[in-house]
Ligand binder design. Structure first.
Ligand SMILES: [Zn+2]
Ligand SMILES: [Zn+2]
Length: 345
């Protein structure tokens, strides 16, 4: 089969590699139909995730068809269409019992990280019963690719940890795919205002289409000053969806007393947390790796067309154009790219 293989920092290629085979009774082999590229894959390619070894197939998102199952898999059979979760979970360990699947003692984020991933014609899925979701007939499978990672990430770590409530003023710092996922799913709770902050005008334009009530270009104005001027004393919820010290700083400057800062961004270095001011502001600061414990619920909202994650897809490729897809996604601002779909056509 062919797969997108990481060969150390800055190096990747579309290679011919052995097709995976079942090794444990809880495994399934899935023939990939559609996958995508995540910002995390770009971090790996930069060398920011050193535990990823050379020779690893990347990717942790996608939909496919079950090709083969191990003897202990009872929820799925050959031919089933499935959504692959970016988080592998056994369903039995202490963390799984607490729905903290990202800390599963025999799983967590391993796909395209510690084991081979989904940017391939076939992928081995361990703990298949808990790590795959059946796709209801007639559902837009392309839209569901957004449910492997970015939608649950924006929803669980941004919206739910941020405790968005009806009427709230919410600011989302970063209008990339995960920030947009938070924007779409925050609307389940009818906040009064959703302020999107980014430096990319085209992404801010899209954010207005996706339900933001206002946008701030932080390359042009100081977002904290702007928000201070248009609110009584800041926002109820500040969602950090970038992962750099400057954007974290915006969040801690705009949160009102009693508010929430929900950090979603993947940080590569420490931030300067202003505890000497914030200790007395009764704020809540949350962090997290997605648990994907809301995936089944999100799937229903896509099925009912309440949530339309297909709007995040800007570019489409086929598997033989994988390197081109990476090129476009790596130059997202120039290419006006949000999420790319790569299909096994
Ligand atoms: Zn991801
Ligand atoms: Zn577990």
């Amino acid at each position: 089969m062919n797969a997108l293989v990481y060969h150390g920092p800055g190096e990747k290629s579309w290679d011919s590699v052995p097709t995976p085979t079942i090794s444990k009774p809880t495994d399934a082999i899935v023939k990939m139909l559609k996958t995508t590229i995540c910002g995390t894959d770009l971090h790996i390619l930069k060398g920011d995730v050193p535990e990823v070894s050379s020779g690893r197939i990347l990717g942790h998102e996608g939909v496919g068809i079950v090709e083969e199952t191990g003897g202990a898999v009872s929820n799925f059979k050959k031919g089933d269409h499935v959504l692959i979760s970016c988080i592998t979970s056994c369903g039995k360990c202490e963390y799984c019992k607490r729905q903290m699947y990202s800390h599963c003692e025999d799983g967590g984020w391993i796909l395209g990280h510690l084991i081979d991933g989904t940017q391939a014609e076939y992928v081995l899925i361990p703990q298949a019963d808990n790590s795959l979701y059946p796709i209801p007939a007639g559902t837009d499978e392309e839209a569901l690719v957004m449910l492997s990672d970015i939608l649950p990430t924006g929803f669980e770590i941004g919206v739910l940890y941020g405790a968005v409530k009806p009427g709230d003023t919410v600011a989302i710092v970063g209008a990339g795919p995960v920030g947009m996922a938070a924007l779409l799913t925050a609307q389940f709770f009818s906040p009064g205002r959703i302020i999107m902050i980014d430096i990319d005008e085209s992404r801010l334009g899209l954010a207005m289409k996706f339900g933001a009530t206002e946008v701030i270009n932080s390359a042009k104005v100081d977002p904290a000053e702007r928000i201070k001027a248009s609110t009584k004393d800041g926002v109820d919820v500040a969602i950090e969806a970038v992962g750099i010290p400057q954007t974290f700083d915006v969040c801690q400057r705009i949160v009102r007393p009693g508010g929430h800062v929900a950090n979603v961004g993947v940080h590569g270095k420490s931030v300067d947390f202003q505890i000497q001011t914030l200790w007395a502001q009764n704020i809540t600061l949350t962090t997290g790796l997605v648990n994907t414990n809301t995936t089944a619920m999100l799937l229903k909202t896509v099925e009912s067309k309440k949530l339309k994650p297909e709007n995040l897809i800007t570019h489409r490729f086929t598997f033989d154009q994988f390197l081109q897809a990476y090129e476009v996604f790596s130059n997202a601002e120039k290419e006006h790219a949000l999420k790319v779909i790569i299909s096994n056509a």
